[in-house]
Write a protein that binds this ligand. Structure first.
Ligand SMILES: Nc1ncnc2c1ncn2[C@@H]1O[C@H](COP(=O)(O)OP(=O)(O)OP(=O)(O)O)[C@@H](O)[C@H]1O
Ligand SMILES: Cc1cn([C@H]2C[C@H](O)[C@@H](COP(=O)(O)O)O2)c(=O)[nH]c1=O
Length: 209
């Protein structure tokens, strides 16, 4: 089977982790050759960078430093984990990728989508996802879910004002408008089961299964 790079995007608490775990279980059952990973993180160095970025105590972090740290974590994760898996012909499921930087740093922080793309181009060297699932959810509902979830630690980005998260959402909408063919938008306000079914269908269709 041909390698495929599939990413999952959306606001806080949209259900990405929940649904990726369910898709992963199904992929194991079907016997697909895949890995499931996340950004920022997925490997030791990138998890260390993640801890620095998301530590609620790091309130003094400059927004460009933040953007560069996400890009650095992305590069290491690609070099160490994603690219080798793709080269071996595997499917890669990734919780967040460059679109998070474009939406959060580009629009949420106000640096600009094109500026953030430029610094990330050095990290990704042309690699873009074949399919990106966007979990569409009102950021207010997503934040409520996150604050109610016992297992989820509240990080520095979660603590941003609602206005920041609304800007992030508008950033995602702008990126989707620019590249409509790469995205599959899924209504994430439905039940977990419904969101899972819609996601699985979109992913299997892309894989040709
Ligand atoms: N469709 C849904 N309806 C109601 N609750 C949901 C739904 N999907 C996920 N949840 C719950 O919302 C919380 C956040 O879900 P999850 O961690 O999967 O989101 P996420 O998109 O990975 O969030 P983040 O990116 O902020 O880590 C969890 O408690 C999860 O059980
Ligand atoms: C990759 C990436 C992520 N972010 C933000 C988005 C979230 O607030 C956190 C990651 O936490 P999650 O629980 O794993 O979703 O980081 C970002 O601002 N820019 C990025 O490039």
């Amino acid at each position: 089977m041909e390698s495929l790079f599939i990413t999952f995007e959306g606001p806080e608490g949209a259900g990405k982790t929940t649904i990726i775990n369910m898709v992963t279980e199904e992929f194991h059952k079907i016997g697909l050759n895949f890995i499931s990973t996340r950004e920022p993180g997925g490997i030791r160095i990138a998890e260390n960078i993640r801890n620095i970025i998301l530590d609620p105590e790091n309130t003094e972090m400059d927004i460009r430093t933040e953007a560069l740290l996400y890009a650095a974590a992305r590069r290491q994760h690609l070099a160490e984990k994603v690219l080798p898996a793709l080269e071996e012909g595997r499917i890669v499921l990734c919780d967040r990728f460059i679109d998070s930087s474009l939406a959060y740093q580009g629009v949420g922080r106000g640096i600009g989508i094109d500026e953030i793309y430029q610094i990330n181009e050095f990290a990704i060297n042309g690699l873009m996802p074949h399919l990106t699932i966007y979990f569409d959810l009102d950021p207010k509902i997503g934040l409520q879910r996150v604050h109610q979830a016992d297992e989820r630690e509240i990080n520095r980005l979660d603590l941003e004002e609602l206005d920041f998260h609304l800007k992030v959402q508008s950033g995602y909408y702008e990126i989707i408008k620019r590249e409509p063919n790469r995205f599959k938008v899924i209504d994430a306000s439905r039940s977990i089961e419904e969101v899972y079914e819609a996601t699985l269908q979109a992913v299997l269709e892309k894989i040709g299964h």
